[in-house]
Design a protein around this ligand. Sequence first.
Ligand code: PNS
Length: 161
Amino acid sequence: MKVAVYPGSFDPITNGHLDIIKRAANVFDEVIVVVLLNPQKKGLFSVEERLELIKRVLKFNQNIKIECYNGLLVDFMKEKGAKVIIKGLRAMSDFEYEFQMALMNNKLDPDVETVFMMTRAEYSYLSSSSVKQVAVFGGCIKGLVPDEIISDILKKSQSSK
Ligand code: PNS
């Protein structure tokens, strides 16, 4: 069985992430979405809250699992017996950061391969950070994130002002 892991901060999950998850689930037998800590980013939602939002959005998908992990991605992969990391690429600006991370993960575990999927054009400008910025000032985030989690994001962003 071909298992792929889709890691990220997901703070919060966006429609761009969802698109990559669903496309990956069409290619692999199982996709494990894992919420990890990015030490370079200060989170808005706790890891448990991010997990709950993702679970709410992806509840009906048989071959998609959702987890969180406190540690290195390669250690999580080893625990799961997975060898493929899925990452989405939006623009050239993502490339350097993603390239570095793919090389580091491969250095940490040479059996691990990173597979990149190109984002759809309509999501190429979309990021969790820009969603949070719009939400803080009460802007419209419809179409950027799943409808079921819009009110959670607006409430949390505005209470963090
Ligand atoms: O959505 P992001 O913030 O771009 O995702 C980055 C993430 C969480 C995948 C990355 O920071 C990560 O893998 N964190 C766990 C620690 C780790 O394994 N780092 C890889 C070596 S640099």
